[in-house]
Write a protein that binds this ligand. Structure first.
Ligand SMILES: *Cc1c(COP(=O)(O)O)cnc(C)c1O
Length: 445
């Protein structure tokens, strides 16, 4: 630092000597660099501040002698970010269908198109026929009601955690929520359901034991302080052996509202996931309110879905805090298109036929010297169906490829297994095969 300052001083003192020979003197001025047509165009798409920062970095490199002053504009162009946001697209080759760290469910093209449309001015809360205010998100709510006819009422909030929060605030202020000790769960990243629920001021009344809870445990706990009975699907683990939980249809006989958190958002039974609860069945069995996530098995945007009796859903919707938990127009658009549109990428990944996956892997490996095709096992993920093993096929590469693939021009995330980098095709959309091939070629050549 000091030597740099001293050298600046000496350059100033001996300007006549430095002129023309000192590269720092030849670093072009910011305005001159920004006038480069390529950077003018970038300023239009990325904004002036981002482009200026890139130019300043290039100028500094020239001052430091790392690049030639004549290359400042070229260097700036080469290091421009791809977009004004730093989130980058990733090819999910992990074999985990709903990968939380990769943003859970990828949206269908129908949902992406709906988001693009809704991102401008839109009739989200306006009736174009009458010119009056209309119910916000009525299209998404109608699609949700059509998908779950067993629900008298539906509502959408920010995520499942928000759905639970709203339920606790509305149905149990200053009261108790009765929960089995076997269902006091931590979901991920230190997020504990009991802590979330009690943050509203409602109290948790634990009943039963870790492995066994009986109907009479709940019945004995019900009293004037009861807000509701809560049943939570322990979505990310499985207790086996000497266990007992009380089915929804039995809990529904108790003299208290029954709230069921089904977690992953199946709306009706899924043939491949027999142990995952679904909203329709749980409502038919007598639940008063059901909560679920929108971006797990439903395959839609982050959202909290609420289904239930007309009376309770109406109370939830009218709670003052509902406003703080409401979703954006883009979420409503993506949710509606997910429900009404073609099968989602999550549904396609779950149902993909393993022979088709093997054939895709073989076709790709044939064009990649050194790559092998291996059989492997994919998972549902997103804290869902922990026992389900999905037969799959992968391209197997040397382990060192994993880092190069992550940081390449088109980021690919695989998984490391037995010292190999596996690219599991179950979670790669078939239309991404060409991009996957190019990404692997770029880092193995
Ligand atoms: C995932 C999950 C949640 C949290 O859902 P978010 O949509 O991430 O807020 C809550 N309960 C269960 C059972 C879950 O599986």
């Amino acid at each position: 630092m000091i030597s740099a300052w001293l050298s600046t001083l000496s350059a100033d003192n001996h300007a006549e000597i430095a002129m023309g020979s000192d590269p720092r003197r030849r670093v072009p001025r910011t305005d001159a660099v920004l006038a480069d047509p390529r950077l003018v165009e970038a300023t239009r798409t990325l904004g002036r501040a981002l482009v200026k920062a890139v130019v300043a970095d290039a100028q500094q490199r020239a001052r430091d002698g790392e690049i030639d002053p004549g290359q400042v504009a070229d260097h700036a162009v080469a290091t421009l970010p791809r977009s004004a946001a730093t989130l980058r697209p990733v090819i999910n080759a992990t074999g985990v269908v709903v990968h939380t760290n990769l943003g859970r469910a990828p949206l269908s093209q129908a949902a992406i198109d709906a988001v693009t449309t809704a991102s401008g001015a839109t009739d989200v809360e306006f009736d174009l026929e009458t010119g009056r205010r209309a119910r916000r998100g009525r299209g998404a709510l109608a699609a949700l009601a059509a998908a779950v006819p067993a629900a008298q009422g539906v509502h959408v909030v920010n995520n499942n955690a928000a759905a639970l929060l709203l339920t606790a605030m509305t149905l149990a202020p200053g009261k108790e929520m009765i929960v089995s000790r076997g269902e006091l769960i931590e979901i991920g990243d230190g997020f504990r359901l009991p802590e979330l629920m009690t943050s509203t001021g409602a109290r948790i009344r634990e009943v039963g034991t870790t492995n066994r809870t009986h109907l009479r445990d709940y019945a004995d706990a019900i009293g004037p302080d009861t807000g509701f009975v809560l049943k939570v699907h322990p979505s990310n683990y499985h207790v086996s052996g000497f266990t007992k939980t009380v089915p929804v249809r039995d809990l529904a006989t108790l003299d208290a509202p029954l709230v069921v958190d089904i977690g992953s958002g199946l709306l009706s039974p899924h043939p491949l996931l027999p142990d995952e609860p679904d909203a329709t069945t749980v409502l038919r069995h007598g639940a008063d309110v059901v909560t679920a996530s929108g971006d797990k098995l439903l395959g839609g945007p982050q959202a909290g879905l609420l289904f239930g009796t007309a009376e309770l859903i109406d109370r939830l919707r009218r709670h003052p805090a509902a406003r703080a938990l409401r979703v954006d127009k883009m979420t409503l658009a993506a949710l509606e298109a997910t429900l009404a549109g073609p099968p989602t990428p999550v549904a396609q990944a779950l149902s993909a036929d393993v022979d088709t996956l093997r054939a895709r892997a073989a076709a790709l490996a044939a064009q990649l010297p050194g790559a092998e095709v291996v059989d492997c096992v994919a998972a549902v993920g997103g804290g869902g169906a922990p026992d389900v093993e999905l037969p799959s096929a992968a391209i197997s590469l040397p382990e060192r490829c994993a880092a190069a693939l992550r940081t390449g021009a088109r980021a690919v995330v695989g998984r490391i297994e037995d010292g190999r980098c596996l690219l599991d095709l179950r979670t790669v959309a078939p239309e991404d095969d060409a991009a996957l091939l190019e990404a692997v070629r770029a880092c193995t050549s």
